[in-house]
Design a protein around this ligand. Structure first.
Ligand code: BES
Ligand code: ZN
Length: 633
């Protein structure tokens, strides 16, 4: 055993030979010391204040035969502190070799640290301080958590497989070796090879049709954090929806998608009018298969969207307003760490609502805000008190745990309350300047609070309980109240269902009499003790269980589990096998697992076992933990 290996192993006995892929120079001891010093305050092993990537060029070969990407990640780096080791984040990647240099490459030594189940492992690359290019040759593995490789049966066309990635929060490291912290911004380019007949798309300048070679080149010229690097490959078609926007989907869905998102250009104009020019030139949407674990994901220039948004009545387009709003809050101005996640999502929910108000009026926007408030109340009762603070502490935890209604809705209500205090015009001017002053940078909650004080509160001589909003649990007493007459009416109707005469009147109602959000509120406000017989009657009139609108169906499934309305189980099972969106899966599985009816737990296990391979790895993990929680009790 060479001296270097000995040194490493004596310092770190936990690191087995397996992790020491290659190391035979005299810098091993330094590497070992570094391995010990690792601090991962930012959910990343990289130390971007010492050495950072400025540009990344990717060469990717997408292989559907073995669901593997063979890649080279070419990092152009800036060595700020003349260090002799570069650190990247990797998780479940197979590293083949590492070289340095641009035109003439030379192999260099590297060491992989111990793998943490959340963070993955640090990849230490030995360099001399003049090195400008570091090239990592690698391939993805079966354990890749970012990728969903779909069999043809799970696509609309059922003939071609499909691949898409999900990087947020820290999954980019499972398909690219990168410095995976939102604090670092990089530009990127890519050469991607896919089989003929497939189109490849990225969060970059995109092609609008397939070519004969299957080789595509991409450029993202604006600097973005690593979690926003994204890829989708499939049988895809493009439809323009305006001068700088359009939609991609499988051919079978393109007409429906184009009709659902017909207001896209108007939304972009409304957003620009509110908070300044759109910085990313083009804005497209790609409608992914049903397994996509989110409603939408704001990958720059190319929002990823779940097909459940296509309802035929445009009733869920607020998700598109949300993802578009992220082009300012999140993508242009980014949370510096995942503890500051509300800076991304709270601002975006606020902005989303303003876009909805511009396009569809205050009544519609208020209904959405009230629905959100109902959700926030539910969440406040169900999560740890500590996690109801806007500023989170996610150290030693998965940053995905920050994705709760607190960041989104409490965050948005904080901004709405500020708006109500200083007046809309002042608040809008402030936000416009905020986006301008922080464009292409990251900031912490504390940076924001200082900025808020200096640019809004002090000049207007306003005192405001910001500390309480940000650092204390729950929702402060001064939180503004938004109400909606229309929701009050439907609530009233709901509360009286089952009470003799009212039920008769109810029978005259059609589903088209009310909107999706009104029906959601209706279901949420039905009498808590409602029985299965009454639910069946409601279904006979309104057919919630087969209505095709995922938001309504999800509310209905949740209530039916609680109330033992078992007749809808076949419909629910079909839904859980088809849709992989976490917003629906989590509450439905949770209710099945917690149900008073013993057989519901077995039902959850059975459905999960058959549906699991239809889910993205993120959803598989999340539902597994819901089911496992019960087993371990
Ligand atoms: N950026 C999020 C999705 C996300 C958050 C993915 C954290 C991974 C980790 C996206 O913008 C989002 O919030 N989507 C929501 C829709 C929205 C209208 C609340 C969703 O998917 O439900
Ligand atoms: Zn969002």
């Amino acid at each position: 055993m060479n001296i270097l290996l000995k040194a490493l192993l004596s310092v770190l006995p936990i690191i087995s030979l397996l992790f020491l892929q290659s190391c035979d120079s005299n810098d091993g001891i330094k590497l070992a010391e570094k391995l010990q010093q690792i601090k991962h305050s930012q959910h990343s092993y990289s130390k971007i204040k010492e050495l950072r990537t400025t540009h990344l060029h990717l060469e990717l070969d997408v292989n559907f035969d073995n669901n593997t990407i063979y890649g080279v990640a070419r990092h152009k780096v800036e060595n700020l502190k003349n260090v002799d080791t570069a650190i990247f984040d990797i998780k479940y990647l197979n590293i083949q070799k590492v070289t340095v240099g641009q035109h003439k490459e030379k192999e260099t030594d590297y060491v992989i640290g111990k793998t943490d189940s959340i963070l993955g492992a640090p990849l230490f690359v030995s360099i001399d301080s003049t090195v400008e290019y570091i090239n990592i040759y690698y391939n993805t593995t079966e354990q890749c958590e970012a990728f969903d490789w779909l069999k043809p049966e799970l696509t609309e066309g059922k003939e071609h497989p499909f691949l898409y990635s999900q990087g947020q929060t820290i999954l980019t490291r499972t398909w690219i070796p990168v410095q995976d912290t939102p604090e670092n911004r990089i530009t990127y380019s890519a050469d991607v090879k896919v089989p003929k007949d497939y189109l490849a798309l990225m969060s970059a300048e995109n092609p609008t049709s397939k070519n004969a070679t299957g080789e595509y080149h991409f450029e993202m010229k604006q600097p973005i954090p690593a979690y926003l690097i994204a890829l989708a490959v499939g049988n895809l078609e493009y439809r323009s929806l305006g001068t700088n926007c359009g939609v991609y989907s499988e051919p079978e869905l393109i007409d429906k998608a184009a009709s659902e998102f017909v207001d896209l250009e108007k939304m972009i104009h409304a957003a620009e009018k509110l908070y300044g020019a759109y910085s990313w030139e083009q804005y497209d949407i790609i409608v992914l298969p049903y397994s996509f674990p989110f409603g939408g994901m704001e990958n720059p220039r190319l929002t990823f969207a779940n097909p459940t948004l296509i309802t035929g009545d445009r009733s869920l387009v607020s998700v598109i307003a949300h993802e578009l709003a992220h082009s300012w809050s999140g993508n242009l101005v980014t949370n510096a760490s995942w503890n500051d996640f509300w800076l991304n999502e709270g601002f975006t929910v606020y902005f989303e609502n303003r876009i909805m108000e511009e396009l569809y009026g205050k009544e519609v926007a208020d209904i959405l805000a009230v629905i959100e408030y109902q959700e926030l109340r539910r969440t406040l009762n169900s999560i740890e008190k500590e996690d109801t603070k806007l500023k989170l502490n996610l150290s030693e935890r998965s940053p995905d745990e920050g994705m709760t209604d607190i960041a989104y809705i409490k965050g948005a209500y904080f901004l709405r309350t500020l708006e109500a205090t200083v007046g809309r015009q002042k608040f809008d001017n402030f936000l416009r300047k905020y986006f301008q002053d922080h464009a292409f940078t990251t900031l912490t909650t504390e940076d924001f609070l200082v900025y808020l004080d200096k640019n809004l509160l002090k000049p207007n001589k306003v005192t405001f309980n910001t500390t309480e909003w940000v650092y204390q649990a729950g929702v402060p007493i001064n939180c503004i109240n938004i109400d909606s007459k229309r929701l009050d009416e439907i609530e009233d109707l709901a509360k009286n269902v089952g009470k003799g005469k009212k039920l008769k009147e109810f029978k005259k109602i059609k589903r088209s009499d009310y909107t999706t959000q009104e029906w959601m509120s209706f279901i949420r406000n039905l009498p808590p003790g409602i029985d299965a017989k009454t639910m069946k009657l409601i279904d006979q009139v309104l057919d919630f269980k087969n209505c095709g609108n995922s938001e309504i169906m999800c509310e209905w499934y949740m209530l039916s589990i609680n109330r033992g309305y078992t007749l809808m189980r076949p419909s629910m099972e079909k839904f859980l096998n088809k849709v992989g969106r976490l917003k629906y899966l989590e509450p439905i599985y949770e209710r099945l697992v917690d149900s008073h009816y013993e057989s519901d737990y077995d039902l959850a296990v059975r459905i999960f076992n058959s549906a699991k391979s239809n889910y993205h790895p993120i959803a598989q993990k999340s539902i597994e933990s819901i089911i496992y929680k019960k087993q371990s009790l």
